[in-house]
Design a protein around this ligand. Sequence first.
Ligand SMILES: [Fe+2]
Ligand SMILES: [Fe+2]
Length: 137
Amino acid sequence: MNIELDTSFLVGHDMIDRDHRELVGLVLHFFEAIKRGADKHAIYDAIDIISVKFAAHFERENELMVGARYTDLQAHVAEHRTLLGDLGKFLHTVDEATDDDLQNVAKYLDDWVVKHAASADRKLAKFLRDRTTRPTS
Ligand SMILES: [Fe+2]
Ligand SMILES: [Fe+2]
């Protein structure tokens, strides 16, 4: 998985980066649960907590975007919604999931987090930085 080697999930905004570190920790916990062949109950719990924590993080990013009148809010929120929808689907299929299915979920999560943080979140962090350093007059 890329995520362990990669710090591209850090975007230079204190609150976002704090959240991202926590979220990446939860995703790694999920990877480890799969690797050690944890039972479906533990896998379900890991995905469930990931969903809850990601939803809370997305809510915080949403507040930042609304407060800053972020011009790309809709596209950013659409990416968040896609992930939450997909996590909801995974939760409903954990019972029937094979090892390959779980590996695919882990790969999907890894790719999503790295890609979203490195593109959409990085762009948002830059917008917030530029906004706070922009002259007011
Ligand atoms: Fe984020
Ligand atoms: Fe985001």
